[in-house]
Design a protein around this ligand. Structure first.
Ligand code: C2E
Ligand code: CA
Ligand code: CA
Ligand code: CA
Length: 276
């Protein structure tokens, strides 16, 4: 029996392909990444289509592992959700972002908003709202200038808990945005049920709208729907001037994308923002 056990272990080991070995070592590397200060934030400006001024910046998490190099957030955030460390990393990230954007506000951009992504897993944490309140208080950040980005997935995963959390967040005075709009199955129902301020049209529609008539219709309809509901309309992933012109014509309030600005480190962002 012992022999068989050893053989099956060897078999199991051999069956691990390069991909799963890599994700196993990534998982162990990310366990220590926060303590080793391997995370950082970059900020991508959101530009007002009328005034052409940067009205907000979205904080985007970066992980540079000395061993594995730069890992994209689409890849490592699910790992943090699985190993339960997303809460610790997000608490650190929010304070870091509030502190850095507050510095920019004090340097001559007093109304600059911070957009911050919340993951679905964080909504299962009963301390979420209290953590956000404490971070705002400790950094002296005006809650009206914080914009929390939520995805449809976050809201539908546990609708009752999400609705309660959103009501409490509204009472804090923060803004709420629905991110990646159009990628789920109940996006329109969500607009009626949750107290949102902005809607962010998913970049997959923006990227195809010049060539794909369906994508163009979805962008046009989403922008119209949001405007009629009194929501601010944001387009993300805008890569060229043709898309920019079309989105302006459709009445998008804010534009985010490579055509205007890539995500920048806080010090680079400080230099890039024109003095107010
Ligand atoms: P997202 O919230 O939809 O963020 C927008 C993504 O689009 C970012 O990718 C940004 O770098 C990218 N982007 C910006 N302009 C362009 C463009 O013109 N073209 C294209 N193709 N892409 C553009 P990034 O930084 O790789 O982040 C990917 C996702 O990871 C984010 O998608 C968000 O869901 C998640 N994420 C990033 N930071 C955080 C965080 O701090 N917390 C949580 N929970 N999620 C985060
Ligand atoms: Ca986002
Ligand atoms: Ca998005
Ligand atoms: Ca996205």
């Amino acid at each position: 029996a012992k022999e068989a056990g050893r053989n099956s272990f060897r078999f199991f080991e051999a069956a691990l392909d390069a991909g799963s070995m890599r994700s196993l070592t990534l998982e162990s590397a990310i366990g220590e990444a926060l303590e080793r200060r391997e995370f950082s934030l970059v900020y991508q400006p959101l530009i007002d289509t009328r005034s052409q001024a940067p009205l907000a910046v979205e904080a985007l998490l970066r992980w540079h592992s000395p061993r594995h190099g730069s890992i994209p957030p689409d890849h490592f955030i699910p790992l943090l959700e699985e190993n339960g460390r997303i809460g610790d990393v997000a608490r650190w990230a929010l304070r870091e972002a509030l502190r850095q954007v507050r510095t920019l506000q004090e340097a001559g951009h007093p109304r600059l908003r911070l957009a911050f992504n919340l993951s679905g897993r964080q909504f299962r944490d009963p301390g979420l709202v209290q953590d956000i309140r404490a971070a705002l208080d400790d950094t002296g950040f005006d809650p009206r200038l914080l914009d929390l980005e939520l995805t449809e997935h976050t809201l539908t995963d546990n609708p009752e808990a999400a609705a309660a959390a959103l009501r409490a967040l509204r009472q804090l005075g923060v803004r709420l945005s629905l991110d990646d709009f159009g990628t789920g199955y109940s996006s329109i129902a969500l607009l009626a049920h949750f107290p949102l301020h902005s809607l962010k049209i998913d970049r997959s529609f923006i990227q195809h709208m010049e060539r794909d008539q369906q994508a163009a219709i979805i962008v046009r309809s989403s922008a119209g729907l949001a405007r009629n509901l009194g929501l601010e309309v944001i387009a993300e992933g805008v890569e060229n001037l043709a898309q920019l012109a079309l989105l302006q014509e459709l009445g998008c309030h804010l534009i985010q994308g490579q055509v205007l600005a890539r995500p920048l480190a806080a010090d680079e962002l400080g230099r890039a923002l024109a003095p107010a």
